[in-house]
Design a protein around this ligand. Sequence first.
Ligand SMILES: [Zn+2]
Length: 283
Amino acid sequence: MKKKRSFALVLIMMVMLLTAAPVGLIPDVYAADGAASAAKEVKKEDPAAKYPKYKGKNAKKIAVLTYHMVVSNSKKASSKYRNSSLAVSQSTFDRQMKWLKKHGYRTICCEELYLWHKGKLKLPKKSVLITFDDGASGVADYALPILKKYKMKGTSFIVGTRTVNNKRGTISYKKYKKLKKNQKYLEFQSHTYGLHHHVKKSGAYAKVKKDIKKQNKYFDFEYLAYPYGYYNSGMIKAYKESNIKMAFTYGHNDYATRDQSLYKIRRIKVNANESFSRFTRWF
Ligand SMILES: [Zn+2]
């Protein structure tokens, strides 16, 4: 009789723990008997739990914007950057983010797009993923304060070797570590470790395998943007076998949809010199 009662008690406690865990309702008092680790496991099983629950109609397509450099207004006015389609001025970027915010767009991170693609997370039609290729330092200096101001998120795809070797004009490894720890507006993902060039089809699989190994010594990236949007079957095979869960192309100028391969997600290039109406036509 006594055994039965204690079994029932344990059962009741387990049910309580399981239902309380996802919303963080477990009191500290249970932590001593291993409840804390049980709660962690429950959370681990559902990566979608940390994102806002959306109950409306799921988005059919999502705009993934691609920027490169974000520079100060004075730099943009200089002859070096004036005509560069890759260098957007601080004020142009601000105007675009302000417009998105004003029109009710919600910025998402790579994981949210991935979970949406897998059918594990619903996203509103007005979702947008803001990405920056090449890991230029201006992204941290000029874009990040604007993202913070509007409480928006962005993803910086960095070239591992450039950051690890503190290449001029690139986010340094020290800064990368600091930003990764101290803020939640800009996340960092991969633009390869040292393959920022066209990778020939022959030998591509082995090259990417080696590159991922080196990358994983310094970074814990799960998403990748192909340099120049260039990919081939060997590269894709190597990424599929790695910790990279999803990869983005470049140059299609098209929305991301769930019927695209997870390793060929399309993006939209924001030309730094295009008119404001050219920018808003995607929304
Ligand atoms: Zn690039």
